[in-house]
Design a protein around this ligand. Structure first.
Ligand code: HPA
Length: 237
């Protein structure tokens, strides 16, 4: 039994959704899974549940925020038999064509955080998603009527970055959005030979001036609900 996920082999399904927020994990299990999901972890409030989605086995496990916390959870999920990790969450949008509530699929996740590179042990390492999961996410999102973008994202170690130029510089390198866990997930998944993709709803627009625009609570809920249903489909595809 791992240290932080107090579960045994077989408690998690091979395909696992990974939101940052523990209460979002509970919401996903209660709202999108078929009835009868059971809690498989509560250690440190990091809620995890296992059930089925449209009859297929699935789990959801919260990761907390940032690479160090999320890395512990990804590692322990793999110890417990995970084969496919699907991060679900929000990102800040960096490009003009990315609008609030759009879906962003991270084909790659540049590591603006030392942890993924330290884990990979190679300075030039480029964390990347599983291509077939990106394809499936894009196809299912379009079929569902979403505005979906597939491309590079950046995983930051800082939510409150004192350098106001950082976002603009990632934007100029073509990055669609910024979040805080995907590069760690892609790196651990690569080393451990499991599949991974990060699917996000754009919750903020980050302008080069340093200004930001936040989505309304109603629009965020609608966007995140649609994205989580999509992520369940990708997880069991
Ligand atoms: N930074 C990092 N992660 C995020 C942001 C952000 O601005 N918005 C949503 N997730």
């Amino acid at each position: 039994m791992p240290v932080h996920l107090r579960a045994d082999d077989g408690d998690y399904a091979p395909n696992i959704l990974c939101p940052g927020d523990p209460l979002r994990a509970k919401y996903i299990a209660e709202t999108f899974f078929d009835g009868g999901a059971r809690q498989v972890n509560g250690e440190r409030g990091m809620l995890g549940f296992t059930g089925t989605f449209e009859g297929a086995p699935i789990s959801v496990q919260s990761t907390g925020m940032g690479c160090p916390s999320a890395g512990i959870v990804f590692e322990e999920l793999i110890m417990l038999g995970a084969q496919r990790l699907v991060r679900v969450g929000t990102c800040g949008g960096l490009q003009e064509r990315v609008a609030l509530a759009d879906v962003v699929v991270g084909a790659t996740a540049s590591a603006d955080d030392r942890n993924p590179i330290r884990y990979a042990g190679m300075e030039g390492y480029a964390p990347a998603a599983t291509f077939t999961l990106c394809e499936t996410a894009a196809t299912l999102a379009r079929e569902g009527g979403a505005n979906v973008h597939v491309g590079p994202i950046v995983t930051s170690g800082l939510f409150y970055d004192p350098d106001a130029t950082t976002f603009g510089r990632w934007k100029r390198l073509g990055h669609l959005g910024v979040e805080m866990e995907a590069a760690m997930m892609y790196t651990i998944a690569a080393v451990k030979e499991v599949e991974a993709v990060a699917i996000m709803t754009c919750s903020d627009l980050l302008f080069e001036s340093g200004d930001t625009q936040r989505i309304s609570d109603d629009e965020l809920k609608r966007g995140v609900d649609d994205m989580m249903r999509l992520a369940c489909r990708v997880a069991v595809s």
